[in-house]
Write a protein that binds this ligand. Sequence first.
Ligand code: GAP
Length: 448
Amino acid sequence: MSDEQPMTARKGAVTMEKLVNLCKRRGIVFPTSDIYGGLGATYDYGPLGIELKRNVKEAWWREMVQFRTDVLGLDSAIFQHPRTWEASGHLQNFTDPLVDCKSCKQRFRADKIEGDRCPECGGELTAARQFNLMFKTFMGPVEDTANTVYLRPETAQGIFANFQNVVDTQRVKLPFGVAQIGKSFRNEITTENFIFRTREFEQMEMEFFIRPDPAEEEKWYRYWVDFRFNWHVKYGLKPDHLRRREHGTEELSHYSSGTTDIEFLYPFGWGELEGIAKRGSFDLDQHAKASGKDLTYFDEEAKARYRPWVIEPALGVDRAMLAFMLDAYDEDVVENEERIVMRFEPRLAPVKVAVYPLLRKGGQPEKAHAVRAMLARHFTTAYDQAGSIGRRYRRQDEVGTPFGVTIDHQTMEDDTVTLRDRDTTTQERYPIGALVDVLNKKIGWGAD
Ligand code: GAP
């Protein structure tokens, strides 16, 4: 691809180990069921992690739905009728090839290992067999096959199943998209690299319905690959840590006739961040066949009835968080002191502004509490009065808080405060009454 980088290793301070430690130490990501020794490849988000997660989803929703007139939102159930997964092909095709080591009994994805011996102990491997990645459970009190339901492995099918509902109730005209954010579940064989690949995760997906026409398909496919690439850059990923990679035919999902991955350079190498797929009318055709419903769209201009084709950008929330954290991580020296600083794009930063009284006397803590409460109506805030002011700044730098407001003796006289910038560490003085506007401008809300 034209913008492919020859680089295979990242420069800079971050390693997976440093990031995992920071996430645990500062309450961003905890292993699920930590007190019981964890549960394979599932993670919980702590008080700061949930804020980052909300911001990532908000950044996606604003750009994919709110700012546009051609995309609508949806929130479908995690459980869908079991026939959904028969029609979508997931029961048949959503599988990974599984091999067991005959000596150490470990299991591997056959397509992820090199050679024909066990990568752990060198033992002999079984022949590969197909393993379905969908989690099963039972609906209702009877545990029999008639009651089997699946936890959705992608949010997309809830959108296809609601295609007719959207067309019938909204005044939509092709091309238009339906977007959804929600949990998905996959019983992954190999889980690795922290929140990169987990068994429970969240997806942000959009099905963009277009006229069934190859030129139209190519145009929108390119449009969405570029749009999504630029979104990642806008919210803080370094362009030289991103590349587009087109799937070979042998690699394509069962529903896709063309897929481009936006790949990111993780500390463990290039890997998928987001996929943009041409799904054609595969899903609508399959659901029409299985349900007996029409699922067509009437094109007023062409006076024709057809099933639209689909372009789908699909991104994992957790995986996006991992990439944003990796590219935010930095270490530098401020006033002869080393610091870790998460250079989050301000809109993604878990806490936007921290408020500090310089001293714990003279009315400063009370004033600082009042300023924090006022700012909290507009932004996520933190309050900190423990330790030296330098240490307090460092604590917020480490979790990427872009701005700090300090209440000092002058505040008590003229209602002005200093506003500190995380990246430059410079301070400017502002009246308290101007803070909301100044911060809004610096954060970039409304200017995007
Ligand atoms: N509807 C299309 C679809 O689900 P996918 O490439 O299988 O396509 C889309 O998934 C995105 O979801 C991936 O690019 C990745 O960001 C995220 N994702 C997929 N499986 C994941 C997992 N096990 N853990 C975390 N994120 C995952």
